[in-house]
Design a protein around this ligand. Structure first.
Ligand code: KG4
Ligand code: ZN
Length: 353
């Protein structure tokens, strides 16, 4: 089965080609540089960039791997959640391509695709506990199969990635700051008393990370540090003040996020008692401390731990194509009436069998 995946839910336009679930090739236009000028994603600029890039990316991919639209068996596209204007570019392009060439189409849940792509790494045994940690979402799912996800808990305010990005901004790190905080943490010493492990005094599986950035703000007010300077020419960070103090801050802040995620994940494992695997995905799943902690937790609980390789943790089209491929194998597809769903609205179960 030749499957084209299209991802345009946020600030990267990505296309990928898979044959029977194996990657043939992918192409991407990253908008990171554009949005870093504004310290975050500007939705209207994002959709304009998607619209400018998507046709050229498709042509380049088709030329490189010598295929035409009529050769495809499936077009899978991210239908949400995400920025509506951005999603509409990918969904409209996918629908036009599918209609023109008479190819089956499927609109994929971007969050579920993040987790399902872990199956390319190692087969997911169900039921699985899925921890999705990205810039916009922090969800714990009970996953019974590729078409059966139940939300056990989610963030009530900021996502884990936002907590990294906002604190990183206070330290002078460029957007998105998660990767830089991870890098700086490698040379830091954790002080567990510096930041709280938030929203643990309850029995649910929800998260709340917005207070953490306030803790960083208060800490910096009382203990000012020279902000880090990012040189865009060399893509290197230059420490303004004492290198150790910034690295220690990053390591301590990271440990607060990692421990909080691990504690709620452990509680979900213990309460549900049915899981065979622990799957972690999303941009924050690239974090080295989080990967180590979750791997240890899974070992302790005798679960198979599966996390996509780092390049497949951030937004990509391989995950959209792969999720589409496994759903199509179960017989699912959409007609051309399915909608793009913005963040905050529930994605309807409207696939046909
Ligand atoms: O999944 P993703 O690429 O986009 C969304 O759908 O949000 O996740 C992006 C998020 C950003 O907040 C970024 O700072 C964070 O993932 N991130 C990291 C790391 N790499 C990316 N956070 C912590 N450690 C990392 N190594
Ligand atoms: Zn994502």
């Amino acid at each position: 089965m030749l499957c084209l995946g299209i991802e345009s839910s946020c600030d990267d336009t990505c296309l990928a080609l898979l044959e029977n679930g194996k990657l043939i090739g992918e192409i991407r236009n990253s908008q990171a540089k554009l949005h870093s000028l504004f310290g975050g994603v500007v939705p209207e600029l994002a959709s304009r960039e998607h619209s400018r890039a998507i046709g050229c990316l498709y042509d380049a991919l088709a030329q490189k791997y010598s295929f035409e639209a009529k050769d495809l068996d499936l077009i899978a596209v991210a239908r949400g959640p995400g920025l509506l204007g951005s999603l509409l570019v990918g969904v409209s392009f996918a629908k036009a391509l599918a209609m023109g060439a008479g190819v089956k189409i499927i609109g994929v849940d971007h969050l579920q695709a993040h987790l399902l792509v872990a199956d390319m790494e190692d087969k997911i045994e169900f039921p699985a506990l899925g921890l999705l940690v990205s810039g916009g979402h922090t969800h714990l799912y009970r996953i019974e199969g590729p078409d059966s996800f139940t939300v056990l808990g989610k963030t009530l305010d900021d996502a884990a990635g936002e907590a990294f990005d906002k604190a990183g901004k206070m330290l002078g790190l460029p957007y998105p700051a998660g990767r830089h905080m991870d890098e700086l943490s490698q040379d830091g010493i954790v002080d567990r008393g510096l930041f709280p492990r938030p929203y643990l005094d309850n029995k649910n599986f929800d998260f709340s990370f917005s207070g953490l950035k306030t803790s960083m703000q208060s800490y910096l007010r009382e203990n000012p540090v020279e902000p880090v300077v990012f040189d865009p020419m060399t893509a290197k960070l230059k420490m303004g003040g004492k290198e150790e103090s910034i690295c220690d801050l990053c390591a301590s802040y990271t440990s607060a996020i990692v421990e909080t995620l691990a504690i709620k994940t452990e509680r979900a494992i213990d309460k549900e008692k049915v899981f065979k695997s622990l799957v972690m995905a999303g941009g924050v799943a690239a974090n080295s401390a989080l990967r180590k902690t979750m791997e240890n937790l899974a070992k302790e609980k005798d679960l198979n731990f599966i996390v996509p390789e780092v390049s497949l943790c951030a937004d990509n089209a391989v995950m959209i194509a792969y999720a589409g491929f496994i759903l199509r194998q179960k017989g699912y597809s959409h007609d051309l009436s399915f909608e793009a769903i913005p963040r905050g609205r529930t994605i309807p179960k409207d696939m046909f069998v």
